[in-house]
Design a protein around this ligand. Structure first.
Ligand SMILES: Cc1cc2nc3c(=O)[nH]c(=O)nc-3n(C[C@H](O)[C@H](O)[C@H](O)COP(=O)(O)OP(=O)(O)OC[C@H]3O[C@@H](n4cnc5c(N)ncnc54)[C@H](O)[C@@H]3O)c2cc1C
Length: 464
């Protein structure tokens, strides 16, 4: 049987863009002795780098931004993005889609990886990264290896179910499928959307995790959007938020005001509440509620449960063998985002350790932040490669809108400003740190409009 261009792409896992831009990838893959249709995992997916190649691991908000802005910084830089997914689905704005807000469909959230690769002149390889050989500067994937001169890691987060399941993998799979967390795009979001569409009455439970997690406002925005859906579709029931702290972790006053004004009979906010166990067969959640020094145990029935487990860093950071904290998040040198372990490795986005920023709170885990960091890192890497002059070390900032009403569209916002501060260490020496300060905006139609505009503009930045 003759092998056509499409078959070749399937076998090698290399996109049309990779062929168009990289040119040599197909020659290289085709030149191996591997029989057609079998794994080419020992083959080199690209020719050896010539000193100007940056491999970006992960094609999410941070990775795609870094890739684009590296190419913008210098056309002499060869950029390769390795991403395991076939296409991109956005987490930001997915709650708006979940809420059934008019004019928002799955198409609104979905993008192909090829167009931005072709437009910006980087190579896109669809493959799952399985390891690193930092000594020889090689990324290993399920489909073959890629050599690099500089490495950017942007793999995002992973879930830590251990507290909920005691390490029982079967329980974890059940929980993940039946009570999808929907902090990572794909089936989890589709499943939650379908469960809500199938719901005739009952409780929709949202459990907020303890510790640093992706997009602190997301569960609270989700509560508002689910309540909006239930209200507009006249579904009898409650949206119950189980929250470890006494108030929401993000925009507390603004979320609680929106719930009280717009969804008084629908949303119940339960503070100081953590999940003890979930019985998916009985559709029951047992919770611990802290009341002063006492703890009360209660059971709540659900129709749909959005159980968000504790977040940890994606294991790619540990796999790379670079310095990280207890949850696997990468420590970075401030503020250029290089790893303290290896000056040729940079980290961007949610995978960065927030706790590394001792002064004030850490960087929030958001798409806005990942985008801002990607632009900074692109310049830093281009400067380290001698392609541009380092024009000073910028700091990222953050703006995070949340839609709380669908008709009319109304939003709330938090802005984070990141500044340098100088503190004395124990020996009286000046040490430079960063401080993150936040300001919030109350519910308004203008912020509903600004949310739409922000989403359009960031998608435009990533995909054109
Ligand atoms: C419901 C929801 C709403 C949100 N709303 C907002 C919002 O309004 N504003 C905002 O700023 N942020 C928002 N966020 C947060 C935002 O989505 C994340 O902070 C952002 O995606 C982080 O970017 P990242 O590049 O670090 O990670 P990601 O975007 O997750 O990208 C990581 C990529 O790495 C890939 N990858 C992982 N492992 C491998 C591997 N082994 N091989 C190859 N590829 C791999 C993944 O497939 C993924 O594509 C929201 C999040 C959620 C869940």
């Amino acid at each position: 049987m003759a092998i056509n261009r499409r078959d070749l792409l399937k076998i090698t896992g290399i996109s049309a863009a990779a062929l168009a831009v990289g040119g040599c990838a197909a020659d290289n893959a085709a030149s191996t002795d591997a029989p057609k249709g079998f794994s080419l995992s020992n083959s080199e997916l690209m020719p050896a780098p010539k000193g100007n190649r940056v491999v970006v691991c992960g094609g999410g908000f941070g990775g795609l931004t870094t890739a684009k802005y590296l190419r913008k910084a210098s056309k002499d830089i060869e950029v390769v993005v390795i991403e395991k997914k076939e296409n991109f689905m956005s987490c930001p704005y997915s709650n708006v889609w979940l809420g059934g807000v008019q004019g928002v469909s799955l198409d609104t959230l979905s993008f192909d990886y090829y167009a931005p690769a072709v437009k910006n002149g980087y190579t896109f390889i669809q493959a799952t990264i399985t390891g690193f050989d930092r000594e020889n500067r090689v990324v290993k994937t399920d489909n073959g290896t890629v050599g690099y001169d500089y490495l950017v890691l942007a793999p995002g987060i992973e879930y830590d179910y251990s507290k909920l399941t005691g390490g029982d993998k079967a329980k974890e799979r059940t929980l993940r499928m039946e009570c999808p967390p929907a902090l990572m795009p794909g089936s989890e979001h589709l499943a939650l959307h379908k469960q809500l569409r199938d719901m005739e009455e009952g409780n929709f439970i949202i459990s907020v995790p303890e510790g640093a997690y992706r997009c602190p406002p997301a569960p609270y925005e989700r509560a508002a959007m689910v309540a909006y859906y239930m209200k507009t579709n006249k579904i009898k029931g409650k949206v119950i938020i189980l929250n470890p702290a006494d108030k929401p972790y993000a925009k507390p006053k603004q979320f609680l005001e929106s719930y009280a004004s717009l969804y008084k009979d629908i949303i119940e906010f339960h503070g100081n509440t953590t999940i003890k166990s979930v019985d998916t067969a009985k559709k029951e959640i047992t919770v611990n509620v802290k009341k002063g020094d006492a703890t009360e145990t209660k059971t709540v029935k659900y129709e749909v449960a959005n159980i968000i487990p504790k977040n940890k860093c994606h294991p790619l950071i540990k796999m790379a063998g670079i310095d990280h904290n207890a949850d696997g998040y990468a420590k970075i040198v401030l503020p250029n985002h290089a790893s303290p372990t290896d000056a040729r490795v940079y980290v961007v986005g949610d995978a960065v350790a927030a706790t590394n920023f001792a002064a004030g709170s850490g960087y929030p885990k958001s798409g806005f932040m990942a985008n801002a960091q990607g632009r900074i890192v692109a310049k830093q890497v281009a400067a380290a490669m001698g392609k541009i002059k380092d024009d000073g070390l910028a700091l990222p900032d953050n703006t995070c809108f949340s839609l709380v009403n669908g008709t009319p569209k109304e939003g709330i916002v938090v802005n984070h400003k990141v500044d340098y501060i100088v503190e004395k260490d124990k020996d009286g020496k000046d040490i430079k740190k960063i401080k993150v300060s936040a300001s919030v905006g109350d519910r308004s139609k203008d912020l509903g409009k600004a949310n739409d505009e922000w989403f359009k503009s960031i998608m435009n930045d990533l995909f054109s």
